[in-house]
Design a binder for this molecule. Structure first.
Ligand code: B12
Ligand code: SF4
Length: 501
């Protein structure tokens, strides 16, 4: 069967365009099953999806089914795309993170154009549905599947499949991505080639930790690692055949087992696959690292490591975020990574429940002390399916009233707590303060940046990012309608003036 696997445009990420790896995995499973998948990623396509549907029809080789993926902020765009495809008579299937958390919502009567929804990892189940449809057999409920019954009622299998033996899966269909159209993995910073052929790779799935802001139903609690042989074979394909010039490891926690992580590094070095720069896109867990691991990573071609630091206050870290790591472990990881010659990146969250001016100040102080090459300060967003969401439902109020409001880079708070202490306006102010104090108000850092040639070559790009991060986009309002009192600076010159003042 000819199938479109689609990702709606991630408007929340204006600069950063990654391959949707989940669709790559599904495409590979379908291809192995004898079907013909085409990957449509609206983030990099010039033409709308209907153009492809029409062209295929005109060529007498119509697409029969569209499978659409969506994280929570993109679900509205996914519905729109399904509606469009339905107008052309395609069977419509939805899956991905949002559907794993809220599978039945997309089959409510208002979404009559959605036929099937899948929860969890769908390489096996989706292929089985496609085989069934192709053979014209009646569709039976499969693990993790949701559909309408004869009377239009929603029938559900609530399991969330997690594939146990990841080595049994074919490699993602990397060759189906229009790789030249993607950006590099962290365009915000210099050091890596912005126009790289950037592929991502997943060496494991799942994570045993239980951070309260994390969408645990999506990641799954059981960590499943691919064998080193299997990962190295995919890495070789990316480097030698597909000419990757940058690779991103996107696991939730690729270094859970340090021995395996080190063995992987040794193999990349031994096989000469350490020639392509790579990064840990979503970070490593600090308490599963040591100096030797970072040294091996450096020798294996790694350029930059990221760490989820989250908060500078030990009580917040232990009791609210439940990160399962200490500040000492954070400090050690940064020290060791820097000693090994790696660039570092820190992820910090502002505005978790119980956050006060002091705890946010502690986070800013920690960021300044750790001094990573890149600090990513994020506003806490209460995604459904997180422990944090339950905490706010119990003791607070969520402002976000539509799924796009959950995009992390929208500069607004999405909730408040009714404890008389939490102040959502203060959260946004401290978050902006963090960016300013980290990036702009340190003359030594500004000078270091500006003395690099890449800073000037990338100026328009840098300025547009700076505008986005330091002063917001068009939206200077919180979701609660209050105006942000910050004075906007609207030109690149303004930003530079501010940086230099
Ligand atoms: C890499 C990554 C990114 C990358 C790339 C995203 C991309 N283009 O794929 C970047 C940095 C751009 C990113 C951005 C965001 N991300 Co992100 N990201 C991840 C991460 C770490 C890995 C994704 C991945 O490759 N998974 C591996 C593949 C195999 O799994 P998968 O994509 O889920 O696909 C499987 C199933 O879901 C299912 N499936 C998926 N699609 C479909 C479609 C059909 C038709 C079917 C049947 C099945 C199906 O089958 C697939 C194969 O098993 C996940 C964490 C995680 N473990 O999933 C977070 C995660 C998906 N991200 C998350 C979030 C919040 C975001 C943002 C919304 C953040 C923001 N800015 O606000 C944005 C959304 C932008 C977007 N395009 O989706 C949350 C999602 C929560 C939610 N409720 O949606 C996650 C789960 C992190 C977390 N633990 O909280 N992300
Ligand atoms: S944030 Fe990272 S470490 Fe924490 S539970 Fe999620 S994937 Fe695991």
């Amino acid at each position: 069967m000819r199938i479109i696997l689609a990702s709606p445009e991630a408007k929340v990420w204006s600069e950063r365009k990654h391959i949707p790896l989940g669709l790559g995995y599904l495409a590979a499973a379908l291809r192995e099953g004898g079907h013909e998948p085409f990957i449509y990623d609206a983030a990099i396509e010039d033409a709308p999806v209907e153009r492809y549907i029409e062209e295929a029809e005109q060529q007498g080789k119509p697409y029969k089914l569209i499978g659409i993926t969506a994280a929570t902020p993109l679900i509205g765009d996914a519905w729109q795309m399904a509606q469009t495809a339905k107008r052309y008579g395609l069977t419509t299937v939805l899956g991905g993170p949002h559907l794993t958390i809220m599978p039945r919502e997309s089959l409510e009567p208002r979404h009559a154009y959605v036929d099937y929804v899948f929860k969890g990892e769908a390489e096996h189940t989706f292929l089985e549905l496609v085989d069934t449809l192709q053979a014209g057999r009646p569709v039976q409920l499969l693990p993790g599947m949701h559909m309408r019954g004869r009377d239009g009622e929603i029938i559900s299998d609530y399991s969330s499949p997690m594939i146990e033996n990841l080595d049994s899966l074919p490699f993602p269909a990397h060759d189906l991505f229009k790789i030249d159209k993607y950006t590099n993995l962290q365009p915000l910073t210099d050091g890596l080639d912005r126009h790289a052929r950037s592929f991502t790779i997943l060496t494991s799935r799942g994570c045993p930790y239980k951070c309260t802001f994390c969408s645990k139903p999506v990641t799954g609690d059981t960590w499943r690692g691919r064998s080193v042989d299997n990962v190295v074979a995919e890495w070789r394909w990316l480097v030698q055949d597909l000419h990757a010039s940058e690779i991103g490891v996107t696991d939730d926690i690729w270094n859970l087992k340090m021995d395996r992580a080190k063995e992987l590094m040794r193999r990349l070095i031994a096989e000469g696959l350490n020639t392509v720069p790579w990064t840990t896109v979503h970070g490593m867990k600090v308490n599963h690292t040591d100096l030797e691991l970072f040294q091996l990573m450096k020798a294996a071609g790694c350029k930059r490591v990221g760490f989820g630091v989250e908060n500078g206050d030990p009580w917040m870290l232990r009791n609210v975020i439940r990160k399962g790591q200490t500040l000492e472990q954070v400090r050690d990881a940064f020290k060791n990574a820097k000693a090994a010659g790696l660039q570092t990146m820190g992820f910090f969250i502002f505005g978790m429940p119980n956050e006060t001016e002091e705890t946010m100040e502690a986070t800013i102080q920690l960021a300044l002390e750790l001094d990573p090459d890149l600090a990513n300060f994020m506003l806490a967003a209460p995604f459904p399916g997180t422990k944090m969401y339950d905490m706010i439902r119990e003791g607070g109020e969520i402002f976000a009233n539509d799924w796009p409001d959950y995009a992390i880079h929208e500069q607004k708070s999405r909730f408040t707590m009714n404890d008389g202490i939490y102040d959502s306006d203060l959260v946004v102010r401290k978050w902006r303060d963090a960016y300013r104090r980290f990036y702009l108000y340190r003359p030594k850092r500004v000078w270091e940046k500006m003395s690099k040639k890449s800073f000037w070559l990338d100026l328009p790009h840098t300025a547009s990012n700076a505008r986005r991060f330091f002063i917001g986009q068009n939206d200077q309002h919180g979701s609660n309608g209050r105006v942000n009192p910050e004075e906007p600076v609207t030109s690149a010159k303004g930003i530079l003036d501010r940086a230099l003042s």
